[in-house]
Design a protein around this ligand. Sequence first.
Ligand code: AMO
Length: 428
Amino acid sequence: MRTLIKDLKNGEQVEISGFIEKFRDQKSIQFIVLRDISGAIQITVDKNSNPQLLPITEQFTINSFVTIKGKVVENAFVKLGGKEILPTEIVIESIAETLPIDNESNIDQKLDYRWIDLRTPKNALMMKVQTLFVQSARKFLCDANFVEMHSPKIISQPSESGSDLFTLDYFGEKAYLTQSPQFYKQMAMSSGLDRIFEIGPVFRAEKSFTNRHTTEFTGLDIEMSWVKDVEEVMAFEEELLTYSMKAIKETYGEEIQKLFGVEIVVPKLPFPRLKMKDAIEILQDLDYDIEFGEDFATEHEKALGEYLTKKNGHEFYFITDYPADIRAFYHMRNGNSNIAKGYDLYFKGMEITTGAVREHRYEILTKQALAKGNSQEKIQFYLDFFKYGCPPHGGFGLGLDRITMLLLNIPSIKESMYIFRGPTRIKP
Ligand code: AMO
């Protein structure tokens, strides 16, 4: 039976399996470093006492997958964990050809061979951190009486703007890939499900070549009933994030520090909050040409991020009170004003979430939808969700790949997701 490398104990006879990370062939001795998902171990082959293994190790190539049987012994001279395995049997399960990428390869070359790239300890840790983030968030939400939904990804009408849609042919009809589960999370409110979440794929046909845009990402979306004030949504999100980051720090904090050189800082509550008009004033003081009513450009977000993160000594901040003109039609307005009851959450200067209280009153919602250019006929199926009673509600959508990127200071979203999709990348 296979033992994971992290579970190896001194004196035991074991069988381990993994891939060859390093192989050094010396005069009378051979050193193998074998890695599995849990760690790495040195295997030391004494050529004189194990001549039967040599025809096998002779075939070794880096990254080949092998199974090794032998005894675990403590050895203070072994830098890698102070242990080694003295093997009695080696089986080559699958030989690797000469690798097409190495540490020096650029990001796009690495992505061409993502399955090999993912063998690095850093990437394996990235996947584990993302797993724990999702697991913690799911636990937090289930403990708070949320139910999970799996809404359709083929849709008939966009929920966000019409510009970044993937179109597909649906038996002769035009259909789209979902830009967000927005309409369906709101439907759940009318269904009386009270609190709902979804962790699933989101598609955006954005021809952006930035370090934070992808055409397909994983969204963590929530919606909850009986929310009247945007403050309640923000307070809920900051609790969820703090809970998940605490779990990540406890489980992987040291490893993240070692491999990524990043300290996970469990954020202090409450996160700083700032109104859009005050953010604009800061930017104007920093000599940027921007007026209230305009949306931030990338340079504004960057400047604001640097300024606020330093000033607040906090990696997060919320921006609230945006003009409704630059927000989605379904955001509730604050009284008769033109201010939307919504927010964006920034982490290390980058947007990770949009949230809002939604307009749940049929007539007002219809008016807002039409004012933003939606066709009544096309959007009616969504408006119908509000025709037969719907509680006040609010929620948010968080980009999982972005938060993973920022948590670990990974320079591009291309490397903070399992497989990246971009305007010029649809393989592997
Ligand atoms: P929004 O469009 O702001 O809001 O998306 C929510 C979050 O999703 C992430 N995100 C992206 N990540 C990678 N690549 C992209 N192209 C991309 N676009 C967005 C960001 C962003 O903050 N329905 C609303 C949410 C809501 O109000 O509940 C929505 O979709 O982290």
